[in-house]
Structure formats: structure tokens, C-alpha cells
Design a protein around this ligand. Sequence first.
Ligand code: AMP
Length: 381
Amino acid sequence: MTFKDLNLIDPILRALETEGYTTPTPIQQQAIPILLQRKDLLGCAQTGTGKTAAFAIPILQLLHNDGVPTIGTRQIRALILTPTRELAIQINESFSAYGRHTNLRHGVIFGGVNQTKQVENIRRGLDILIATPGRLLDLMNQKLVSLQYLNTFVLDEADRMLDMGFVHDVKRIISKLPERRQTLFFSATMPPEIQKLANTILYNPAKVEVTPVSSTTETVEQLVYFVEKRDKRELLIQLLKQAKIKSVLVFTRTKHGADKINRDIVKAGIRSNAIHGNKSQNARQSALSGFKEGKIRVLVATDIAARGIDVDSLSHVINYDLPNIPETYVHRIGRTGRAGASGIALSFCDSEEKAYLRDINRLIAKNIPTITYAPNMQLKY
Ligand code: AMP
């Protein structure tokens, strides 16, 4: 199947060609035809499945076909709510990429920065708004955003909205949207509370489910190093000194740990940066851009900070610490091996972390191969 088979319009087909996409991913194949018919959708899919394009492409196509007003300001017709700033920025970039040959206007708002520029952008008129819940609610309360002309609403990563305590804000926003609209609801998992929310806001939805969490691990080659805590740093540096590791995300449990490990890596003469919640939005963005452009090879991140990181050519993920929640392991390694590419995930496990490894093996229903590290040993990866 090609994108042409999905009846996409020429401006979008050309943009996808520029992006280098040849085949739609499973969620795109399933969701795009449904969405082009303006039906509601319940999508059970996580990041890395091509879900952003699955909703962005039909939204762009429908709005483009509906046309833009030639007089007066544009009104927001599509809203995408997403839990983190990083995700919001990335979704906005996706709309730029796929919509580059349309004359639709889109913009992004998120908290933690001054609102002035965001408000100016909205005043000039947008067709599509991408937002995090807190900032949107804030601007709605100040009467700086009006959603009365909205016809499409996307709730992205609903389960994370719940985890991050945003569900109240989300519900408040939804209560202010026009009732006649197309609603798209995405969540990687469907705990009862999320299912209930979906039931209340979707009308007769089509259901699309792709890659349950545990099977995303199949495209990623995995290895665990049994290593004493005191030897982790040495093992990491030894691994990073190899040219095979082109771009790597190193996960740590704590912000403090991320900074410390980053300093160790830099000291060893390797270009690296750290990204976590204590850093300013600007510092995080510049670390991320440097990484995407290949100026730095190593990005050290905590789980929360890494949530939105979307880098196509990530060759390796290294778990410096094993996460105590096994699903987190699956989310972490899902950062590599995306969209069909192969990836390698290496994890360090010290004696205190062996119970975590057991939980992970149980979740992914296989035993990850292990090697016991000894200082200066020859490394396979
Ligand atoms: P997402 O799940 O939206 O975060 O997308 C995961 C990654 O896959 C992003 O880096 C996209 O640029 C990429 N991607 C999305 N759709 C396709 C496609 N049809 N072919 C190749 N790459 C894609």
C-alpha cells in the first residue's frame, strides 16, 4: 500500500515524499480512511507507531478541502491536546512538514514560558492549535483563545494525561468545546478511567489498535550487562568510545544522575548533553536540536524529559539504571528501532536491580540475553 492508495491530495503526497515516507505505517493505513470520513476514532497506539501523521494528515486534508476564509481572521478549527511541551513542539513540527504545501496555519502553546508570543500568534489567526492543557485553559480563561468554531479535537496520550494529573484540566477544556465535532482519542494503554473518558467524549468511534506495548520490543536487539554499580561509568565510557554507537539516548532514573553522568561523558572527550525537568525550556530545546543535527552523539535523559523526544536515527538506547516499572523499559527502548528501523538497547543491571530485570523479562515474555561485565573486557557492541 502507498499513500496514494489512501486518496490523499497532491499537496500532502508531495510533502510526504519530501519526508521520505514511502509506505504508510499500520496505524496510518487503518486510521486515515476512517478520519477522512469525519468519523470518531479510538486509537490504541504509542509514540513511535506513526500516530502523529495518522491524525495530522487527515486533519490537514479536510481543512484544506474545506478552504480558508479569504476575508476576516482565521478561526481555530482543529485542536490537538498533548501532555508535554516536547510533544507539543514535535506535533507542531509534523504539521509544518506535512502541511508545507497547504496554506493552513498552525501554532503551538505550552506552559513554562511567557505567553506573549503565543498569544500574538493566535491573534494573527490559526486553523490548527496544538496545546498542553494548563496553558490552553489559562488562555481560554483570559478569553485569549476561542474554540467556538472548532470541528476537530484530538486528545493525544490520554493515559499520560492521567499519570501527569491533567485529567481535570482536560475535562474542563472538553466541556467548553462545541458538541458537534469529530473527536480522536489516542492512548497507549486503556485503564478503566481512560476507557470511561473515551466513552463520554466519543460518538460511535472506530477502534484502531496497533503494536501492544510488549511487542514493540521485537524490532530492537537487546542485551543486559550485569555490572557492579561502581563499574557502570567505566562500561558506559567504553561503549560510547566505539564508533558503532552513532546516536544514543542514555537513560537515568534521576535528574541528578543525568547531570553527573553527562559530566563524566564530557570529561572523557565525548560530545554529550543532558536533558531533564530542571533545565529551562531553552536549554532542553538546544540540547535536543544539537542531538538531532548530529552535533552531539549522546543525550542523557530522565524518563519524563525523554517522553517527547522524537529522533529518527537513534541507533542505541542505553539504560544506565534499570527502571522499576517494567513498562518504562519498553517505552525507553521504543525510542530506537522506530518505523521499522533496527535499533540496539543495552541495559546495565547491578545486583540491586535484578528484581527489576525479572519484571521486565516477564512483561516482554522473553529473557533478554545477558553478559557479565569485567573491567576492560572486549565488548560485543
Ligand atoms: P510518531 O509515532 O508519530 O511519534 O512517529 C514516529 C516516527 O516515525 C516519527 O519520527 C515519524 O517521522 C516517523 N514516521 C511516521 N510515519 C512514517 C512513515 N509512513 N514512514 C516512515 N517514517 C514515518
